[in-house]
Design a protein around this ligand. Structure first.
Ligand SMILES: Cc1cc2nc3c(=O)[nH]c(=O)nc-3n(C[C@H](O)[C@H](O)[C@H](O)COP(=O)(O)OP(=O)(O)OC[C@H]3O[C@@H](n4cnc5c(N)ncnc54)[C@H](O)[C@@H]3O)c2cc1C
Length: 466
């Protein structure tokens, strides 16, 4: 088959690689002038690459670890101790080990113990997500831990990630976070290990690209799909002109460029709204009202991520969750407290993280205006902070960063098979009950190839498979 894969993020590249292994000719169309989608890197100067959005792996992320091994580059993945804190009530509270929970001042001693026991019990006994799909995280936390941990810790965290939808978030989502990642027992109890590919995520993308090309495929960056059209003998992809990414994410805004190309099959790895925007009238009708309703029914929040290069260390922690609702951002991720600054010739990098509902006024600001808004909050966390510490700044926005996983989400997930033969959709809305991440994008890319070929493939490690 001649297959077009739309999107050169992790899912798209892995899908194209798998299809190439099966002997199919694959073209990958990518809107951005680089590979990797949400895990794409930027050149921060001095020969160093850094992800636009902070990235690490968990020890449970076996799909991506196995992909690194399969591609002959397992040594790229390095595992390092992580350090975490909560900022609330005017200070950062270390939260790396169970001992830190016992010393966590914002909660009464009884609430600390109840919270710890509730997480332990969930990790030990809750093997299936089913019982957690019909209740909100809020309800479960209040029942299992009491009101105080919800008000002080979990509520602010959920609001940070999901804004005014926090109270509706499914317990299935939190179940995934609490049971599939780090356990409070065993060798990681005292300090969590997180993974990072020593030379950034970029080498993985280049190896995948090279493998796709070796099999006769093409990976076309800065070459978005502008239109997908159904033909009697398959599909056509109309590409958008180079530089189209500057106009945003809506394919209707891209100026068509060159003759449409014919394919037997299409795998789209773009967000739901972009997918709908790509379909011509005939395809839009062919996917049917039910499928369309599923696509339209899932909301996303936008990631707004400010990357700062500072002339010194900002905090002692890699990851600080902001649980103080007065601060206008939700997390501080100090990359060089995780990967040593020596890797970057002594330079220091801090991500200021935010998730916002579409239309939030902060999304309109440029980097300098955002720094103005953030500076008082940064000073609350580190009173010595001064704008003069900032050497360089980069700002990125990802509109479809976080699907909103409310109660009953499973029923609303669009299947990979769109209902149109040989038209597959594979995107982050289908990662469930796990929280989306590059590990699951690797799995999804393999599953998309399987869905297209209607059979199991070697080297695709679906949960139901090997
Ligand atoms: C702030 C943030 C932090 C994160 N932190 C982590 C982390 O620590 N660890 C982790 O594992 N994961 C993390 N993730 C999630 C992870 O990056 C994603 O889950 C994963 O990369 C998704 O891969 P994907 O291929 O499914 O989607 P995407 O990466 O979104 O790929 C879709 C691709 O389609 C392209 N596209 C869009 N429109 C078109 C078009 N018209 N034509 C052609 N191409 C198009 C896009 O440019 C993109 O490259 C984070 C994400 C964000 C936003």
């Amino acid at each position: 088959m001649r297959v077009a894969v739309i999107g050169a993020g992790v899912a798209g590249l892995v899908c194209a690689y798998r299809l190439g292994q099966e002997g199919h000719a694959v073209d990958v169309y990518e809107r951005w002038p680089g590979l990797g989608g949400q895990a794409a890197t930027i050149d921060v100067g001095g020969g160093h690459l850094l992800e636009r959005y902070y990235h690490h792996l968990f020890t449970s992320d076996r799909h991506i670890a196995e992909l690194y091994a399969e591609l002959g580059m397992p040594e790229e993945l390095e595992w390092r101790p992580s350090s975490m804190a909560f900022f609330l009530e005017g200070r950062s509270w270390p939260f790396t080990s169970p001992l830190h929970l016992l010393r966590f001042g914002p909660l009464t001693p009884a609430a600390r113990i109840r919270m710890g026991l509730a997480v332990l019990k969930l990790q030990k006994t809750a093997k299936e997500v089913g019982p957690y799909e019909g209740i909100t995280a809020r309800q479960w936390i209040r029942d299992a831990m009491g009101a105080e941990p919800y008000e002080k810790v979990w509520g602010p965290l959920l609001r940070g990630k999901f804004g005014d939808r926090a109270d509706d978030i499914s317990m299935a989502w939190l179940w995934g976070k609490l049971t599939m990642r780090r356990k409070l027992e065993g060798k990681e109890a005292r300090q969590e290990l997180l993974g990072y590919p020593g030379r950034s995520w970029e080498p993985l993308f280049h190896v995948l690209k090279a493998k796709i090309e070796t099999r006769g495929g093409r990976v076309l960056i800065d070459r978005p799909a502008a239109r997908l059209t159904q033909r009697a003998d398959g599909f056509e992809v109309t590409a958008g002109a180079p530089g189209s990414f500057r106009t945003g994410h809506d394919p209707h805004a891209y100026t068509p460029d060159g003759e449409p190309e014919r394919y037997d099959a299409i795998v789209a790895t773009v967000p739901n709204d972009v997918f709908v925007g790509l379909l011509d009238d005939e395809l839009a009708a062919a996917i049917g009202d039910d499928y369309r309703a599923k696509l339209d029914g899932i909301e996303y929040h936008t990631a707004l991520c400010l990357l700062l290069e500072l002339d010194r260390q900002f905090s002692p922690f890699y990851w600080t969750n902001i649980a103080d609702p007065e601060l206008p951002f939700v997390g501080l991720v100090e990359h060089t407290n995780f990967v040593e600054p020596e890797r970057y010739d002594g330079r220091r990098f801090l991500y200021v993280a935010n998730y916002l509902a579409p239309g939030d006024e902060l999304l309109e600001l440029d980097a300098d205006a955002l720094i103005d808004r953030y500076t008082p909050g940064l000073r609350k966390v580190n009173p010595a902070f001064d704008r003069s510490w900032i050497r360089e700044r980069w700002l990125h926005r990802e509109p479809a960063a976080q699907p909103i996983v409310t109660v009953g989400y499973r029923e609303r997930i669009p299947p990979l098979q769109t209902g149109v033969p040989h038209l597959i959709l594979a995107n982050t809305t289908q990662i469930y009950p796990e929280d989306r991440g590059t590990n699951y994008a690797v799995r999804l890319g393999g599953e998309a190839a399987e869905a297209l070929l209607s059979r199991r493939l070697n080297n695709v490690w679906s949960e139901t498979g090997s």
